[in-house]
Ligand binder design. Structure first.
Ligand SMILES: [Zn+2]
Length: 197
């Protein structure tokens, strides 16, 4: 590689990073209260679910890594309890991009087994995700988490948006987090490259 080739790759890299950063600079995280102790956060990417209470903070999905700081401060505004669990509804980058940062902030990541399989394999750009970005607990059909005085039923939806989608139901709050198995006002998207054929 010549110096000029190196420089142009370097400059391209810098401008792509600046672009990626710039894309999220203006994003604001908004918080909507759904029940006594559950909230929806919106920024860029899939909606985030949050449950806060005596037991700690439970989060569903985490959008993109450059937004983690803003997301964590929006959560801090709701509770100063520790971040306990994070569930990924599926592997897409706008739902798992913040995984590494959330794990470093204390979350144990939970997801369907196929989400882990896809996150730990080589990514489209050839990179390998650090182990902090991967789910620690995986399951196949269903799982239940009891936190903040209610049980959260988590169940796999087969033949949906990807091969690892889960829906979460907060049994006391009567809140359903559908991930991308449901798009409000839009036709569903079936990601044929993610195992749904
Ligand atoms: Zn998706």
């Amino acid at each position: 590689m010549t110096i000029s080739q190196f420089l142009s790759i370097f400059i391209l890299f810098i401008s792509t990073s600046l672009y990626a950063q710039g894309r999220f600079d203006k994003v604001e995280i908004t918080t909507t209260k759904l029940s006594d102790h559950t909230y929806m956060l919106q920024g860029a990417g899939g909606n985030i679910g949050v449950s806060v209470g005596e037991d700690g903070v439970f989060v569903i999905d985490d959008q993109f890594a450059p937004l983690s700081e803003k997301i964590l401060s929006a959560i801090k505004a709701l509770s100063d309890k520790p971040l306990r669990f994070l569930v990924n509804t599926h592997y897409h980058g706008d739902h798992t991009g913040g995984n590494e940062n959330m794990a470093k902030a204390g979350a144990t990541i939970i997801a369907h087994h196929n989400v882990k399989k896809r996150l730990e394999s080589k990514q489209h750009n050839g990179s390998i995700k650090p182990k902090e970005a991967l789910p620690v607990i995986t399951f196949n059909d269903q799982l239940s988490i009891t936190i903040n005085d209610e049980s959260v039923a988590i169940f796999h939806v087969s033949n949906a948006h990807t091969d690892g989608d889960v829906i979460l139901y907060f049994t006391e709050s009567n809140v359903l987090h559908t991930g991308d198995t449901y798009f409000n006002g839009r036709y569903p998207y079936i990601d044929l490259n993610s195992g749904e054929v």
